[in-house]
Design a protein around this ligand. Sequence first.
Ligand code: COI
Length: 353
Amino acid sequence: MSIKIEKTLTPKQKPNQNELGFGEYFTDHMFIMDYTEGKGWHDARIIPYAPLMIDPATMVLHYGQAVFEGLKAYQAEDGRVLLFRPHQNMERINISNDRLCIPSVDIDFTVEALRAIVREDQDWIPKAEGTSLYLRPFIIATDPYLGVRPSNTYQFIIIMSPVGAYYPEGINPVKIYVESKYVRAVLGGLGFTKTPGNYAASLKAQVEAKDKGYTQVLWLDGVEKKYIEEVGTMNVFFVIDDEVITPSLEGSILAGITRDSTIALLKDWGVKVTERRISIQELYDAHARGSLKEAFGTGTAAVISPIGELNWDGNQILINDGNIGDLSARIYDTITGVQNGSLKDQFGWTVEV
Ligand code: COI
């Protein structure tokens, strides 16, 4: 399938690179392709960024049949434009698609679409320290119909936003509230998918945690509220003595691409890294005996975000005195260095646009 291109006649003014925030500005173009039952994906096109015209009965608005992804583009010093592991995102969107009864997409073609839209709006990639162009591919169910069933038509859309740090703290440690009232996901549910409902389910806890002065919540398992899951925008890692532990992928948390990259780097450096169930009590016990050295989150938007404080049922612990740890800093420097082309890409993670 070829991609038709219609260029904008009214390019927008670009925002100040030092005041981007996250997801506030959008580039000049977007990519769209349609799916029709019996015809498959068709009509791939890049068009000027504009509001969608949709029927108020459009199924996604009522039943949330949708999936999304997030990845970033960087401009290297030598002029190359790089995407970080885009095939992984498109493989994961198909995993989400399968669970949400959405037809799968062709991985190579959608990576081509990502490259094509970045090429179109390449001059939107910010260059200031800690900035990038965030790509948001997503798929929505578009049948205008109020019965509950999978849609017969869909749109796959890519929009792009020049962004700075996801958390206002930047690379400084965040304060996280351990959530013991609400749950995010249970086994058999949608926890491993990137679907809007998971994020809607997280809002109430997030608002209550914010009111208490915390940036985000750490989710515990949905059955016993005992085992650590994820932060919702990040997977989590804990450095206990000389071992790095991260919750295993049991089906209720997202298989993060930054998580996977972090594990690969740690193994390459000879650091012991273990994927297993870890309870919040075990973490607090490790802290009590002085063994919890560092904690950090990993995610595309957040990159590496050190965790400086946890609050579990009123018990507050300070991790690494609230400072960024050596290992967190090393992982951050290495991943961002590979992403922006300033470090050698020994794993073949970057794809040139
Ligand atoms: C990402 O890290 O790309 C995410 O999707 C997290 C969040 C912004 C929803």
